[in-house]
Write a protein that binds this ligand. Sequence first.
Ligand SMILES: Cc1cc2nc3c(=O)[nH]c(=O)nc-3n(C[C@H](O)[C@H](O)[C@H](O)COP(=O)(O)OP(=O)(O)OC[C@H]3O[C@@H](n4cnc5c(N)ncnc54)[C@H](O)[C@@H]3O)c2cc1C
Length: 401
Amino acid sequence: MTSVLTQQHPVVVVGGGIGGVAMALALGRQGHRVQLLEQADQIGAIGYGVQMGPNVMPMLDELGVGAAVRAAAYFPKDILLYDYLTGQTLSHIPLQTTEFAQRYQSQPYLAIHRVDMHELLLKACEKYPHISLNQSTTVTGYTQTNDAVSLHTAQGETIPAVAVVACDGLRSRLRAQMRPDDVPRESGYVAHRSLIPMDQAPAEVQQRQSVTMWAGPGLHVIYYPLRKASLLNIVLVVQLPAHVSSTQDHGYLDYLQQLLAQAQPEAQQVARLVNVERRWAIADREPMRQWHDGRVCLLGDAAHATLQSLAQGAGMAIEDVVCLTQGIQQHGTDVSSAFKAFERARFLRTARVQWVSRQLWEDFHCDGVQAQVRSEIFSQRNVDDQYRCLDWLWTPQTLAS
Ligand SMILES: Cc1cc2nc3c(=O)[nH]c(=O)nc-3n(C[C@H](O)[C@H](O)[C@H](O)COP(=O)(O)OP(=O)(O)OC[C@H]3O[C@@H](n4cnc5c(N)ncnc54)[C@H](O)[C@@H]3O)c2cc1C
């Protein structure tokens, strides 16, 4: 096999999110020359929590950062889902039982601060002098021949590459160039995120060691501890009402107050701790079979952005990284074949995450009779049923597959 490294130009990774930095690290560990381009002036500055299922840890081990992730992570005891209107427990998934360990090969379910995750990935990159990380560089598009590809930046540079891995997220510019007709599917919901010191959380929340979620019509709120339970990570997701165009409107705040007034006391108390000034519009993508165009390939959210119902967008990006790196290892300088093999290996799994996440989103937010039916179905599932619903996702993949 001829390494891409032997060629004149580097592999360029666009985007310094979790997918991009992990990709740069994986390629660097394989010996490839890598240049990462990130538009922000600091890589990995957005700091909230991220959960990772037991399928993700073997991938992190493969990237050489498993031990560092374990040291920085919080390991919740269970996942609890409640109906915010009635307080009914809709599902309870234990994460630290013997059964869980046997089922998922002793791999943990964890939560980690994104800043910690980025720092440990960046630190790992530092060991490889042939990885160069460039901030404040916004890629605007690419041009390519059979043998090479050039990236163009808003700063007026043209950057040559032997191949490009586009990890530029949900609103990927490189995906827009590949498929101008394909746009994100807006959900109509926005997310507000906050991290608060645990000692400012309500007393009953401080006792919890879970990922706790309250869901119902128009909103859900989810929270879990981070950094040895010194912090509480909270995400409040709200459906924007038709008459409100901005979350800064008084109309929005009034609407939110009305929604929250119906919620169970704990859900209300935690939701009211969230800073609603900052928001993220929630969207996903339709599954798309082809993620590459010649020497340019999409990865992570750029390829298959999903709603966060299964908390697996970052996990899928990390699985992608390991799979694509294996493909590049196998196909050497034939990057197009490596990209095709990558798409074949990853398409169905990521499409399933996208579809199941949409179904769950509906389950979280439904109302009336639909909610009653949902609650009956959920209440009939025992713990084993819950695991069986998640086995396809959580069972660690063999690295050769
Ligand atoms: C509220 C919420 C909660 C979530 N919770 C979880 C969870 O618990 N577990 C989980 O696994 N996933 C979760 N996700 C999903 C997860 O955040 C994403 O799937 C993951 O971050 C995708 O990583 P990425 O590297 O593909 O893209 P991103 O993280 O979006 O990174 C893209 C990067 O590219 C940069 N960029 C964009 N355009 C350009 C350009 N033109 N030039 C240069 N740089 C560019 C951006 O600045 C950014 O740094 C959640 C998402 C949301 C919204």
